[in-house]
Design a protein around this ligand. Structure first.
Ligand SMILES: [Zn+2]
Length: 346
């Protein structure tokens, strides 16, 4: 009997190796078992084949034990399937998976963020203007933090002169549109979030439609025209705007949100600087780690705002002078006559 079972086992293994489907193997095994039983039942007692294939009682015990084992396995399978089919129905989409719980564990243990704050992060939709110096740390930390949906808009391609500070891009991705390079970096860091790249310049005719899809806007753009446009559209739609800027050794950031009583960008800088008075980083230079500092601070402000932790940087501007290691916090006031958020006198 042991020999017969061993031979049948070898036959099944060979069948599996050859790619024979499970149901055929089971069918063959059952047919083989039936044949052995028939031999045991109908062959005369002293028949050599009957003697070589064991005893009838032995086979009956084998069938009994095997049957109970199979029934147990089937019952387990049915229970498992039942549990799996019930899981998605009873688990709302904001429930964390084990992978998410582990990934965001250091946030979840923070009293000010916790599970609730992390859930808000997962649901949040954040738009980042610019995938350059400020955009790099902003995007990286928001993705790592588990912000569920991150949009990024930029029209540029990666240039070797960017790599001194735009650490989201790599040498191998020179020539690639920055938003796609950023997307690759973010998805590699955190595959559990969604990144939406917009490979184009932000224009007045599409900005409102784009902003409407997001809860919060972070501006790391490098030109005044975009900066004023971002502010106008954010104010119009009542979206909070975290704005950062850098030049040479100094950077600044603030949260502009007139809808919650704080000033807008135009309250503080009502007029675009005259040409030549606000030179670009390309003209006057910028120290590589500075956007890392200011962009990371912007990401922290975004995380605080989403998780409703601490006091947001509204009505205040944080200024960092890297050359002399100085930080200053200045109070900002809303301008009732502001051309963007105020009601100018008629
Ligand atoms: Zn204003």
């Amino acid at each position: 009997m042991v020999l017969v079972l061993a031979l049948a086992g070898v036959a099944i293994l060979i069948g599996r190796r050859m790619g024979v489907r499970g149901q055929y193997l089971w069918g063959a095994a059952l047919a083989f078992l039936a044949l052995v039983l028939l031999l045991q039942l109908f062959l005369p007692d002293a028949h050599p084949v009957k003697e070589a294939t064991g005893t009838l009682s032995g086979w009956l015990i084998f069938i009994g034990v095997g049957g109970v084992g199979l029934a147990y396995l089937c019952a387990l399978r049915v229970l498992k399937r039942h549990a799996q089919s019930e899981e998605p129905a009873s688990a709302p989409s904001d429930k964390f998976t084990d992978a998410e719980l582990n990934r965001y564990a250091r946030h979840i243990v923070l009293r000010e963020i916790g599970g609730q704050g992390q859930k808000k992060m997962k649901k949040a939709r954040v738009l980042v203007i610019g995938a350059g110096g400020l955009g790099a740390p902003v995007l990286q930390y928001l993705a790592a933090a588990g912000v569920g949906t991150i949009g990024v808009i930029d029209e540029d391609v990666v240039d070797s002169s960017n790599l001194q500070r735009q650490v989201i891009h790599t040498d191998a991705r020179i020539g690639m549109p920055k938003v796609f390079s950023a997307q690759a970096a973010l998805q590699a860091q955190n595959p559990l979030i969604t990144v939406l790249p917009y490979n184009r310049r932000l224009e007045a005719d599409m900005a409102a439609d784009l902003f409407a899809d997001y809860d919060l806007v972070l501006d790391g753009s490098d030109n005044a025209q975009t900066r004023y446009l971002v502010n106008r559209v954010a104010v119009k739609l009542g979206k909070p705007l975290i704005s950062g800027a850098i030049t040479q050794w100094e950077g600044q950031l603030s949260l502009f949100h007139p809808a919650s009583g704080s000033p807008c960008y135009a309250c503080i800088f009502p007029h675009e600087a005259a040409a030549g008075l606000a030179p670009s980083c390309a003209e006057v230079g910028v120290v590589g780690a500075l956007p890392g500092v200011i962009g990371s601070m912007m990401a922290v402000e975004a995380i605080k705002l989403i998780a409703e932790a601490g006091a947001p940087l509204k009505g205040q501007m944080l200024i960092y002078d890297a050359l002399y290691s100085e930080t200053r916090l200045i109070n900002l006031k809303r301008d009732p006559q502001c051309s963007v958020c105020g009601q100018p006198a008629k």
